[in-house]
Design a protein around this ligand. Structure first.
Ligand code: SF4
Length: 326
C-alpha cells in the first residue's frame, strides 16, 4: 500500500515521540484486546493523565475478561471511584459477560458486533478495531477532531458538524499500520495540536496546515448547550454521620449513593449554596438541614471521617466536603 505523504510524516513523528502508556505495553494479542477495551471505556469523557493510575490499578485487580465478567459490583465501583460516569463501569462488566457467553470469551472484531455491546458506540467500536485489531479505522476523538479542524481550517457551522468531519478525515489517508496510525493521530492532537498554544514548530504537517498558514488557531465548537437545574438537598446528620440514599429517581448518577434531594422547577429567590457541573448540567444546589429523620427506602449512614471506606460518587464527596467547611 502506497502511503500518502501526510500519513508517512505523522507516523514517523509518532515513532519518535509516542508516550509510553500502560495500555500500549508489548503484550500478547489477547491482552492487548482486553487492555484496549478497558482503556477505551475509561478514556470516554476522561483525560489520559487521569486514566493512567486507574488503569494500572484496574488491570492489577481485574487482569482479564474472565475476571471482569465475574467481578463483584462493590469491587468494580471501588476501582472506578473518582473516575465518574459510573455507568461506564457497569457497561464494561456487562460487555465482558456478553463476550464470555456469546463470543466464546473473544472480543469481536466486527463493527456490527462491537456496537451491539453495552457502552460501545461508533467511536469506541472504531477505536477498538483500529488499536486492538489493526483494522483501517480512524476513530474521531476530540484530539483528531481538533487537528482536522485546524489542518483544513474548518470554521463554518455546517463544516464542523460530526457527519462532515467523518467524511473529511479521509484527508489523513490510510496506513499499512492502522493501529499505530490511529494512535499517532490522537497523539498528535494531544501533544502538539493542543487546544491552546499548539506547538506548530514541532508539527510534522505544518507545511500544509491552513490554520498555521493563517496564524489563526481558534476552534469553533459545536457545543452542547449547558442546562441550569435547581435542587433542594436535604441533610440529615446524626453522630457525625450523614444519611444517604440510593438514587433511583434521577437519570444522572443512577443507582449511586447520594444525599436525598428534589428538583425544583424555576424557583423564585433561589440562593444556592453550591454549584456542581455534571456533564452539561449546571446544578444549583440549596442545602436544607433537617432534624426529622424521615423514612427512606434505602437509608445509608456514612461517617464523615471515614469517607474513603465507602464507594461514593465524587458528586456526593464534594457535598460532604462542602458541609465540613460550612
Ligand atoms: S501546524 Fe499547528 S495548528 Fe496545524 S495541525 Fe500542526 S499543531 Fe495543529
Amino acid at each position: 500500500m502506497k502511503e500518502q505523504l501526510v500519513t508517512k510524516k505523522i507516523l514517523n513523528w509518532y515513532d519518535l515521540n509516542k508516550r509510553s502508556l500502560p495500555w500500549r505495553k508489548n503484550v500478547s494479542q489477547q491482552k492487548r484486546q482486553y487492555y484496549t477495551l478497558v482503556s477505551e471505556f475509561m478514556l470516554q469523557q476522561t483525560q489520559v493523565v487521569t486514566v493512567i493510575p486507574y488503569f494500572k490499578r484496574f488491570i492489577k485487580n481485574v487482569p482479564d475478561l474472565k475476571s471482569l465478567s465475574g467481578v463483584q459490583n462493590k469491587k468494580l465501583l471501588k476501582l472506578w471511584e473518582g473516575l465518574g460516569y459510573y455507568s461506564r463501569a457497569k457497561n464494561l462488566k456487562k460487555t465482558a459477560q456478553i463476550v464470555t457467553k456469546n463470543f466464546k470469551g473473544k472480543i469481536p472484531d466486527s463493527f456490527a458486533d462491537l456496537i451491539s455491546l453495552p457502552g460501545i458506540g461508533n467511536y469506541t467500536a472504531s477505536a477498538i478495531l483500529a488499536i486492538a485489531f489493526n483494522k483501517p479505522y480512524i476513530p474521531l476523538d476530540g484530539n483528531i477532531e481538533r487537528v482536522l479542524k485546524r489542518y483544513l481550517y474548518l470554521k463554518k457551522k455546517k463544516d464542523i458538524q460530526k457527519d462532515n468531519l467523518i467524511k473529511k478525515k479521509s484527508i489523513f489517508g490510510i496506513s499499512s499500520r492502522p493501529s499505530d496510525y490511529a494512535q499517532a493521530l490522537m497523539e498528535l492532537g494531544a501533544l502538539i495540536c493542543k487546544p491552546t498554544n499548539p506547538s506548530c514548530y514541532k508539527c510534522p504537517i505544518s507545511n500544509k496546515c491552513m490554520a498555521f498558514k493563517k496564524k489563526d488557531f481558534y476552534l469553533k465548537k459545536n457545543n452542547k448547550k449547558n442546562i441550569d437545574k435547581y435542587f433542594l438537598l436535604k441533610v440529615f446528620k446524626k453522630d457525625q454521620r450523614y444519611l444517604l440514599i440510593k438514587n433511583t429517581k434521577f437519570n444522572f448518577l443512577k443507582n449511586l449513593t447520594i444525599f436525598p434531594m428534589e428538583e425544583l422547577s424555576q424557583p423564585k429567590n433561589f440562593n444556592e449554596n453550591l454549584n456542581i457541573k455534571l456533564s452539561n448540567m449546571n446544578m444549583n444546589i440549596k442545602i436544607q438541614y433537617s432534624k426529622n429523620i424521615r423514612k427512606f427506602h434505602t437509608p445509608y449512614w456514612v461517617d464523615e471521617k471515614k469517607l474513603d471506606n465507602y464507594v461514593l460518587p465524587s458528586f456526593t464527596k464534594k457535598i460532604v466536603k462542602y458541609l465540613e467547611k460550612n
